[in-house]
Write a protein that binds this ligand. Structure first.
Ligand SMILES: C[S@@+](CC[C@H](N)C(=O)[O-])C[C@H]1O[C@@H](n2cnc3c(N)ncnc32)[C@H](O)[C@@H]1O
Length: 344
């Protein structure tokens, strides 16, 4: 790991846009900056929050062409597992793009389409051009999807040493790696029932992506890379896992909102089931905000293969509270809500 050793000292405090992602090793400079990006612990007493007051989540109802066409061809609803395999392939492609190069390509394609005088060609080329710009803004400029500064703020303050971390519906595994950098020298078990997540999304996650965390020997900052972590990746249905109550942290990111209310209790139970009595449940879900609604509209073909809700922090918290979790820390960052909880 020569690259790690050479890069470390000069990259603390820095951010840099690379062709397909932003690397960000900045800490918040002061409280004011922190509060601009992260809002924590806005609810005083979860027992006073009611569905009548906060309403139910927003359901995303525009679906991808791939899902719609599959259902037309087969005359039945797309099975959930297949919908995830479609989603993961489609979403992964975007993380591999050389975004500046692709912006140039899509612009040229759009200009060329204008000379065809065919409205359908122009519309497609314009759509492609808008989507790559939106991706550039959301993922590379704003870093809204990985959002390391926001996630570090949500995940701070856990009382764990060398934790065993279980990531349910892990996809590329980003947040477990961030947690493992903050609470080092433990072990991560990633679980996803789509093998593409282990074999492409996680396997191709950039080895040079730096995670800012702690040095367990000195207590100072340390930068970790994917290959520094102790990770095993299990391809299985969460409902088949053989583990007992053996994990210090059970984590999910963007899982709860894919299940209707009739299944929310079961999803919460998936987390509780594998947790040590002193352990933490860490969950995040996408926020119900105007810009996210617009994002899922414009990116429908890329993202919308499955049932999906957007929820407020209060709605997310109430699902956890009414299903027997004690909420220790809650907050929202750029595009996600986050909750750290214990099983009561
Ligand atoms: C929306 S993704 C999580 C968001 C993720 N951060 C991303 O970038 O895509 C949810 C993941 O959970 C997985 N998943 C859903 N239900 C599952 C189950 N019952 N068992 C295992 N994995 C499951 C899906 O395959 C998918 O990769």
């Amino acid at each position: 790991m020569l690259e790690t050793a050479v890069q470390q000292p000069k990259s603390f405090g820095q951010t840099e846009m690379r062709p397909s992602y932003r690397m960000d090793l900045r800490q918040y400079r002061d409280r004011k900056e922190y509060e601009k990006f992260v809002k924590v612990n806005t609810v005083n007493d979860w027992s006073t929050v009611t569905w009548k007051d906060i309403g139910k989540p927003y359901e995303v109802t525009s679906f991808s062409k791939e899902k719609t066409e599959w259902e037309q061809t087969h005359g039945e609803m797309l099975p959930v597992h297949t919908s995830w395999t479609m989603f993961n392939q489609s979403f992964h492609e975007w993380f591999s793009k050389d975004v500046p190069a692709e912006i140039g390509d899509k612009k040229n394609a759009f200009l060329k389409s204008l000379t065809s005088f065919k409205p359908s060609e122009v519309k497609t080329a314009l759509g492609d051009y808008v989507r790559i710009h939106l991706w550039n803004y959301v993922h590379r400029i704003q870093d809204g999807i990985w959002d390391p500064r926001g996630k570090r703020a949500l995940f701070e303050g856990l009382d764990v040493l060398k934790p065993r971390i279980l990531f349910l519906g892990a996809a590329e595994g980003y947040e477990a790696m961030q947690l493992s950098a903050m609470y080092p020298d433990g072990e991560v078990v990633m679980v996803d029932y789509d093998p593409f997540c282990r074999d492409a999304r996680f396997a191709e996650f950039p080895e040079s992506y730096p995670f800012l965390g702690k040095n367990s020997r000195t207590g100072g900052d340390k930068v970790y890379y994917k290959n520094d972590f102790n990770i095993s990746y299990v391809v299985d249905d969460i409902r088949n896992l053989p583990y007992g109550r053996e994990f210090d942290i059970v984590l999910s990111v963007g899982l709860l909102e894919h299940f209707p209310d009739s299944m929310k209790a079961e999803v919460v139970e998936w987390h509780r089931k594998f947790l040590k009595p002193s352990g933490y449940i860490v969950m995040t879900t996408p926020r119900a905000q105007m810009r996210s609604k617009l994002y899922y509209e414009i990116m429908a073909d890329v993202m919308n293969h499955t049932y999906r809700e957007l929820m407020t922090l209060e709605q997310m918290g109430l699902y956890l509270h009414e299903n027997g979790l004690e909420i220790l820390r809650h907050g929202y960052i750029k595009v996600h809500n986050g909750i750290v909880a214990r099983a009561k």
